[in-house]
Ligand binder design. Structure first.
Ligand SMILES: Nc1nc2c(c(=O)[nH]1)N[C@H]1C(S)=C(S)[C@@H](COP(=O)(O)O)O[C@H]1N2
Ligand SMILES: [Mo]
Length: 252
């Protein structure tokens, strides 16, 4: 069974719970009517969650003593492309993080520039949809400060993260709205557990968006794009895993 099918089954289970549709319904999500119903549930869930919790509230932070002795890596552990291998060989001196789209001042930031910005350090729990969690320490500039530097335009509504790796032949990408983008714990982490971010965890820069599930935390970020709509990027659902059926809003 491919990992995509496994994940798809998880999503169906997660959205509709232990209902009659749950048995042998890998393909149910392909049926337009079922798909519509599943994602109507998502809208309801999103609305309820918005009503019940403040999206600007901070995620819980932990003490050094609570950090996980082992923080596993998941998904891509090395993009493995010649371009990425060259960046690793050069210790990321040639890496540039581009900030493009609906900004008045497009940027191409080096790792040194990102590391010279004021940083936030936070010890948080990462929750993967596959059912594991780990507590780690992350360090990097707030995404909001990078967006201010780029002078985000008023018509921007979403921030898209383009990554150096592919999964199943498709480029990994993710997106968040401006509430999450300007949340104080949303950072572009270049440090993890008091060291530079390692290749398995997304070197040189990965997103930490602490009020969201693991797959939203894009690793190997090479480009940040401000957009008014998610249509036209990938399959248009806001992320690689979302294009396979995961929820775009994965708030925790
Ligand atoms: N570019 C990219 N980002 C990614 C992934 C990936 O495969 N590629 N996997 C996601 C998933 S499902 C999880 S749980 C976390 C895992 O982060 P870690 O490897 O640092 O534990 O990264 C997320 N970000
Ligand atoms: Mo995950």
């Amino acid at each position: 069974m491919s990992p995509l099918i496994t994940r798809r089954r998880l999503v169906v289970g997660g959205v509709i719970g232990a209902g009659a549709l749950l048995t042998g319904c890998d393909r149910a999500i392909e049926v337009p009517a079922v798909r519509k119903m599943l994602f109507a549930g998502e809208d309801l869930h999103r609305g309820l969650q918005r009503a019940l919790t403040d999206r600007r509230a901070l995620a819980r932070e932990f003490s050094v003593a609570e950090m996980s002795p082992v923080f596993r890596s998941n998904g891509t552990r090395d993009p493995g492309t010649p371009a990425y291998a060259a960046l690793v060989a050069g210790k990321f001196v040639d890496y540039r993080l581009t900030v493009t789209g609906l900004v008045n001042r497009p940027l191409a930031l080096s790792l040194a520039q990102l590391r010279s910005m004021p940083t936030r350090t936070q010890i948080t729990r990462h929750d993967c949809v596959e059912g594991w969690s780990a507590i780690g320490k992350w360090r990097g500039p707030m995404l909001g400060n990078v967006l201010k530097l780029a002078d985000l335009r008023r018509d921007a509504r979403y921030i898209v993260f383009h990554c150096a790796d592919t999964v199943g032949g498709n480029p990994y990408y993710e997106s968040i709205d401006l509430i999450d983008a300007f949340h104080p714990q949303t950072i572009l982490a270049w440090g993890m557990n008091d060291a530079l971010l390692s290749v398995p965890h997304g070197a040189p820069v990965r997103l930490r968006v602490e009020r969201q599930l693991g797959y939203k935390h894009a690793k190997y970020v090479t480009g940040i794009e401000a957009v008014a709509s998610l249509a036209g990027i990938g399959q248009g659902r806001g992320g690689l895993w979302e294009d396979y059926g995961y929820e775009w809003y994965a708030g925790i």
